[in-house]
Structure formats: C-alpha cells, structure tokens
Design a protein around this ligand. Structure first.
Ligand code: S3P
Length: 203
C-alpha cells in the first residue's frame, strides 16, 4: 500500500524525531531568542513531538525564587535576576535530555553560552520586529519593556543580541504560521545539524 503525502510526512517526522533523540543522548534542545519569539509555546509542542520533557527556565527561576520575574527585577534588580538565571540554567542543563526554553537574555551570558554549547544544541527562534512587538503587546509581564518605548527597547535588543544569537547551532524563522509548521522546520534543522555531527560552537 502506498502512503499518502500526509502519512509519509508524519512517518518522516517520526523517524527524524527518533534519530534526533538518539543523537542527543543526554543533551538538551535549548531554545533561544528575543521575547515574543515563541520559545515557550513552540518549545512545548516541539517537546511533545520529540517525546521529551519540556522545561521553561523562567518558570523554574520563579519557582526557585518564590517570586515572579517582574518582582525579582523590581525588588532585587536585573543583575540579581541574571545570577539566578545562570545558576538555574546550569542546573537544568545537567538534567537532559529535554527541551529547554530560555529567557531572552540567558544566551547573552558567556558562561551560559558555554554550558549550552557543552550540554545542549541551541536553536535560535529568529523573528522580525513587527512579529515580536505584536506578540509582546499581549502581556504585561516583561520588565525590560517597561524601561522605555517597547519598540525602541526591542530594536536596541535586536541590535545587541542578534549577532550573539547567531552563534546558535541552528536557526529557524519564527513567524505567524501554525506552530506545527515551525516545529517541523526545527525538527528538520536539528536532524540535519545533529547528523552532520558538527562540533558545538562556544562563544
Ligand atoms: C528577558 C526575557 C524574559 C525574561 C526577562 C528578561 C530578556 O523572558 O527572562 O524578562 O532579557 O530578554 P522571555 O524571553 O521568555 O520573554
């Protein structure tokens, strides 16, 4: 019996997912990118497809601190948040394999970048300014966006961070299409990258 296009595609995603998990060993798939890129929403679906646990670093930070990210920023400042973020992500990376969504600033820290290169494969969810802005407008929980005009802040963060995010092992364009489409593209990119056995990039 010949399989139809959809069935073939499903089978190929399944095969690729199995190959990815085998190649990962105890490494984690680490999603990086700016606020609004979809790291949590897409990460959750990606984890489901790969049959791996999903962990959100910001939620873990909040759980460890017993406070929201907003309250940590307000009460203790950004440096304190970054220290906690670095420690929590280091701990989480020891517990792979999993899909780990990180906050937008995490990968900018050189120590975290090295840990991710050693214990993970990094996926940059890249997105255009308009897409990011439209998404971050929906929630009021991002302290950095309260420091000025969100458009200016995001533009500045893009200038500063995109060259660093570009060090990720793979990158996929996040845009307003079904999450399943992006997940499929990530699976293809991971499959290609992991099976090419590229040495991980640091710094
Ligand atoms: C931050 C992004 C946030 C959160 C914190 C700082 C950043 O996470 O970690 O507000 O520096 O870009 P998301 O990228 O999940 O919104």
């Amino acid at each position: 019996m010949r399989l139809g296009y959809k069935a073939r595609k499903r089978a190929s995603v399944k095969e690729k997912s199995a190959a990815i998990c085998l190649a990962l060993g105890d490494k984690s798939v680490v999603l990086i990118g700016l606020m609004g890129a979809g790291k949590t929403a897409i990460g959750r679906r990606l984890a489901h497809r790969l049959g791996l646990p999903f962990v959100d670093a910001d939620s873990e930070i909040e759980r460890a601190a017993g406070q929201t990210v907003g309250d940590i920023f307000a009460e203790h400042g950004e440096d304190y948040f970054r220290d906690g973020e670095r420690k929590v992500i280091a701990r989480l990376l020891d517990a792979g394999p999993q899909v780990l969504a990180t906050g937008g600033g995490a990968y900018i820290d050189p120590q975290t970048r090295r840990a991710v290169a050693k214990k993970g494969i990094s996926v940059w969810l890249k997105a255009d300014l308009d897409v990011l802005l439209e998404r971050v407008k929906r929630r009021d929980n991002r302290p950095l966006l309260k420091t000025g005009d969100p458009k200016q802040v995001m533009r500045k963060l893009m200038d500063e961070r995109y060259p660093i995010y570009a060090k990720a092992d793979v990158s996929v364009q996040s845009r307003n299409v079904a999450h399943g489409t992006i997940v499929g593209e990530i699976i293809n990119a991971l499959h290609e990258s992991l099976l090419r056995q590229r040495t991980p990039k640091a710094d």
